[in-house]
Write a protein that binds this ligand. Sequence first.
Ligand code: GRG
Length: 301
Amino acid sequence: MESSHTMNQVEDGHKLLADGGERVEQLLAESIDWSRLPDHLAEAAQYGVLGGGKRLRPILVLTCCSAVSGREVDAAAAATALELVHCFSLVHDDLPALDDDELRRGRPTLHVHSGEPMAILAGDLMLAMAFGVIATGPCPPNVRVSLVEELATGTSDMVAGQVYDTIGGLPVDISPLDQVRLVHRNKTGALIRTACRMGGLCGGASPEAMAALTQYGEAMGLMFQIVDDLLDITQSADHVGKATGKDAALGKRTYPAVLAESACQAEVDRLRDKATTAAKKLGDGGYPLQCLAEVMAVRTR
Ligand code: GRG
């Protein structure tokens, strides 16, 4: 049974997600210059970026910045950029050439809405805009360079993970479980780790704090994808707002494909504890990060 302490953290985590989600929605709508784009491109890009999603990654950027006593205003551009990259990855991931999905965030995917050529190009645009947003953001030039480097690394690692997941090329001399870990650490974990490190950079984190944020981001990233794997086999598409039950049908490398469900859950618990231990190293400022780890461990969508 969950302790009341943990239940409070889950409740506080839900509130952080709700408030942070609204804030991020506002940032995405107001801080991106959509006006320079042709109308149909702006419409497609806004469809792919606005109006949906948990906004976990930008919330992590903002929360990690404040965990090291930074100001939200210094992390806003980095949070926007990170979500733009995430949205680009979802749009391209859904394309017929990759996952071929028709439902995302509870509505038709962008290629269903705007056609495949526009979805490809709108995704490309989001990626380019992300780096533009950082370049023109409020951080000092040296921090902006570090943010660009961090985001480029996270994005390249994510693409490598997607290649492992869809095309193959995984090392054959490691166990099936280590193969799954390698896919997940890259495909999903890299951008979540990057979110935490970008928040730390914006907030001027000390090397010790940056190490704690990195440990937190790595544990959260892997945990997030294991929970996602479990939701794929336990939840309906209506509930999660995207296709479910496809992983097993496609023979994908997932946690439930190599471990019993109870062992997957034990791994989620272990990673949540690891994230919590890392967040505690940040003192009181790490409390919101503990709450986010608790809520992400028990999410159902
Ligand atoms: C084509 C150059 C090129 C790159 C594309 C497609 C791709 C690279 C990477 C895909 C990465 C990917 C989609 C990983 C899955 C991660 C995942 C579980 C996404 C869903 O995240 P949520 O649940 O989504 O946070 P919301 O909708 O809440 O934002």
